[in-house]
Design a protein around this ligand. Structure first.
Ligand code: BG6
Length: 484
């Protein structure tokens, strides 16, 4: 099957920084289906050659030494550009004509990638429908929709309605790039291709789970967008809840899009709703010192750049096991990790041995940047009586497999070209995620509690979060991964 990828928002940042580099890497590895055409569509005035030259420059800068100049010409020969405005129906008709001109006769799979600002998703989808571009008599037609998918439950539902007015759900690929990360997929493998973890993966052995996505960077030049979104919309509704779903889901019957997504969505439906007073009790919010000075941020903005949220998953497996989700900008270091904290031994026979929750077994899944898994356990220190110390079994991707870990977009683009939606969010999944976040956002907007705390950049969020966890008899696992 031949392929055409149409990128709406072709002159934008995402296209330059992520999409075209991912497509070029796939091409260099010989993975991009032969003769895949890539068509850029946006308002900037480019000729085909000017767009190619622009991309070559940004790719070379982006990939540095990795840029394989010798492969560029062959890749560039299949790059095309069409100037067009998403608001103009006639530009979509022009696109439809252009695609038939450049595509060979016969069936072609088309992927429409919406890499535009979110307000253009709706008109673009409507126009794709009106101009016949979604129609499948000459091969599959698929649409990839970037995040954010809506800004709350209502807008997500509305967008889903618009999408379903034009495309069947099987044609829709809602991106969450966290699902394209190797280590996130490896969590599925860890859980469902090994037999030793499953018997322990429940309330009988696990005390709690911590999911942290800490970023060292602050909002930088994205203040205008970020100030309207905040950490819950930007990180929790999508990435953190995805990590929660994969950690907590039941084993699907097979590796197939609907089997996986059925199980994932059940997790979200089991999350106990937080409302009003619960939000006060189970969430913590903060803003880093200096945020208000960032470009595009409102003078007295109350936008949270850090949040910690305690969630309960009310089902047989997880009853009584809290999940602590935490994310923030301007934190100590960049790390995404899932910590599965096991229970203490029921009875400690070693008098001098440690006997606190934090010293019991712990499985740390390092999603990034030190991709790997560590299992922490107690060991006897040699020649020191019965002194104990925590040590770990340490698996690291770099040590084991060498080679660079591919960018999430490579896998996701390939899957979408091949029609595998396993690593994309389904309509009901996105809506269920908003249904968890909406009451939190509403309560934060209405109430002064929990207060918006200020934190120093390069810390693990507000200092108060240590107490917040201590009150729960627990401690954050604040460790920056060692890169080597
Ligand atoms: C994006 C958010 O979805 O994810 C950004 O909008 C955030 O604010 C980014 O920085 C984090 O992605 P990664 O892959 O760097 O962890």
């Amino acid at each position: 099957m031949l392929h055409t990828i149409v990128i709406f928002g072709a002159s934008g940042d995402l296209t330059q920084r992520k999409l075209v580099p991912a497509l070029f890497r796939l091409f260099c590895k010989g993975r991009l289906p032969k003769e895949s055409r890539i068509v850029g569509f946006s308002r900037t005035d480019f000729s085909h050659d000017a767009w190619r030259a622009d991309l070559r420059e940004s790719l070379a800068a982006n990939l540095g030494a990795e840029f394989e100049a010798s492969k560029w010409e062959a890749f560039a020969a299949n790059l095309f550009y069409l100037r067009g405005d998403i608001g103009q129906a006639s530009d979509f008709d022009k696109l439809a004509r252009f695609l038939t001109e450049i595509e060979p006769k016969g069936d072609v799979t088309r992927l429409y990638y919406l890499a535009t600002a979110p307000q253009f998703y709706e008109p673009a989808i409507v126009q794709l429908g009106r101009s016949g571009l979604a129609e499948e008599s000459n091969g599959p037609r698929r649409v990839i929709i970037e995040k954010p998918f809506g800004t709350d439950l209502k807008t997500a539902q509305r967008l889903n309605e618009i999408v379903h007015g034009v495309f069947h759900e099987r044609q829709v690929y809602r991106i969450d790039h966290y699902l394209g990360k190797e280590t996130v997929q490896n969590l599925l493998v860890l859980r469902f291709a090994n037999s030793i973890f499953e018997p322990l993966w429940n309330r009988n052995f696990i005390d709690h789970v911590q999911i942290t996505v800490a970023e060292e960077v602050d909002v930088g030049s994205r203040g205008a967008y970020y100030d309207t979104a905040g950490v819950v919309r930007d990180m929790f509704q999508n990435h953190l809840l995805q990590l929660l779903m994969i950690t907590a889901m039941e084993a699907p019957a097979r590796y197939a899009a609907d089997a996986i997504r059925d199980e994932k969505v059940k997790v979200l439906h089991s999350v106990r709703a937080l409302a009003g007073h619960d939000v006060r009790q189970h969430t913590l919010r903060g803003q880093y010192d200096g945020y208000l000075k960032a470009e595009g941020v409102a003078e007295e903005s109350h936008t949270a750049t850090f949040a910690a949220i305690e969630l309960s998953v009310d089902n047989w497996r997880w009853q009584g096991v809290p999940f602590y989700l935490r994310s923030g900008k301007a934190m100590s270091c960049r790390t995404t990790q899932i910590v599965v904290q096991f229970r203490e031994p029921p009875h400690m026979i070693f008098a001098s041995g440690p006997h606190s929750a934090i010293e019991s077994n712990r499985l740390v899944i390092q999603v990034q940047p030190a991709e790997g898994i560590q299992l922490h356990f107690e060991t006897k220190v040699p020649d020191a009586g019965m002194m104990l110390r925590q040590t770990d079994l340490d698996f690291r991707y770099q040590r084991e497999f060498r080679g660079a870990i591919p960018e999430a977009y490579e896998r996701l683009l390939l899957d979408a070209l091949e029609g595998d939606a396993s690593l994309f969010a389904r309509a009901d999944e996105v809506e269920a995620a908003w249904a968890i976040c909406d009451p939190i956002l509403e309560a934060w907007q209405k109430n002064d509690e929990p207060a918006l705390l200020t934190y120093e950049p390069a810390m693990w969020g507000p200092i108060e979060s240590i107490d917040w966890m201590a009150k729960r008899g627990r401690q954050w696992f604040d460790t920056c991964p060692v890169l080597h």
